[in-house]
Design a protein around this ligand. Structure first.
Ligand code: DP6
Length: 340
């Protein structure tokens, strides 16, 4: 086959975090996340599958990028057991992000899920299939970056074996039809406290858990929280939802601070924002909550019906704690989209 496919795929924000892995990128606990809408990667993949050997040219934001290309090559050659045709294919891959590079937003979830969608699309064409194998797409995305497995899923995805649903460690599955519809309307405004790359690299972060004295308790806690969180989401219980999500975000950072070596990624303005969010919630009773990734930026979570009040306060009060007043507004979205 000679041809080009192009897919756009979003980032996601975990509510219960994946932190700790083993084997071939398998999670130590189940995680759940909102799939976003505006923070996306777009990947165009041109292939000639009829060659005699593997070849790759990689472009990032329009420029040839051999460093990213080497990582992509390693990934593609690691999945030839799943897609044997990769071994004799010539690839030209171009990738770009909707959000600025160095905005503090991790791009591996959107980027690897977009690549995975291109691969299963090509695979379907090679096999003459009229449908896309989404579990395979999520599995390939997982092998590229664990959290990317969840970006394949619209709105709300669960990845990892657990007691609440038939999820598996291999790939993520949809969960949005099991929660109150208010959660399909959630916003995630990303408050950029610092755009510099201070986050712990994911491989270093996951490795810290291997040595952590808290590891066993952490994995048990994550599973208990997943159960309590999904119960609250089913009931539309925003208060319980918010309290679990905030505790979980702070647990992630607590684990990093107590690890060996220790990482403190929260900045003074992260804490200023947390205090401001809690005070506003107390004063107004508006259900607005925060979560964090492995970095200092706050993800502000709230239902769509409060957009006006939250938007005004966000721009008037919260923006001052952000680097150059930067805020990236996003919301729960529908998952990957085919462009070509
Ligand atoms: C804190 O998926 O980036 O964002 O599998 O090594 O690529 P790798 O790790 P990655 O880890 C994400 C960690 C997290 C939590 C989460 O998204 O669940």
């Amino acid at each position: 086959m000679q041809g080009t496919v192009s897919w756009q795929s979003p980032s996601n924000i975990a509510l219960i975090k994946y932190w700790g892995k083993h084997g071939r990128q398998l999670p130590r606990n189940a995680s759940i996340s909102f799939t976003l809408s505006h923070c996306v990667s777009t990947t165009e993949m041109t292939v000639d599958t009829g060659g005699s050997e593997f070849n790759l040219e990689f472009y990032f934001e329009g420029q040839r990028n051999d460093a990213f290309g080497a990582r992509m090559e390693k990934f593609l050659l690691s999945i030839t057991d799943k897609l044997p045709w990769i071994g004799n294919t010539t690839f030209k891959i171009s990738s770009k992000n909707s959000f600025p590079h160095s905005s503090g937003i991790a791009s591996s979830a959107s980027a690897m899920s977009a690549v995975a969608m291109c691969l299963v699309d090509i695979d379907a064409q090679l096999q003459g299939k009229s449908y896309l194998d989404l579990p395979l797409a999520s599995e390939l995305a997982r092998l590229g970056s664990g959290s990317a497995s969840r970006s394949i899923i619209p709105s709300l995805g669960v990845w990892g074996e657990c007691h609440i649903t038939d999820s598996t460690d291999d790939y993520a599955i949809p969960y949005s039809d099991q929660v109150d519809p208010i959660f399909h309307t959630f916003h995630d405004d990303i408050l950029i406290v610092s755009a510099s790359e201070k986050s712990v690299s994911s491989s270093a972060g996951h490795q810290l858990m291997d040595q952590s004295v808290f590891a066993a308790a952490r994995y048990a806690l994550a599973n208990d929280r997943l159960k309590a969180l999904t119960g609250a989401m089913k009931e539309g219980d925003l208060e319980t939802f918010g309290s679990i999500v905030e505790d979980e975000a702070l647990t992630l950072h607590g684990l990093m601070m107590c690890s060996e070596p220790s990482f403190a990624l929260l900045e003074p303005n992260t804490l200023n924002l947390i205090n401001a969010i809690r005070a506003f919630r107390k004063d107004t009773a508006i259900p607005v909550y925060f979560t964090l990734d492995a970095g200092p930026n706050i993800h502000l979570l709230y239902p769509d019906q409060y957009t006006t009040e939250v938007g005004k306060w966000r721009d008037e009060v919260l923006a001052q704690y952000c680097e150059d007043n930067r805020i990236i507004t996003d919301q729960v979205g529908h998952g990957p989209k085919k462009l070509k």
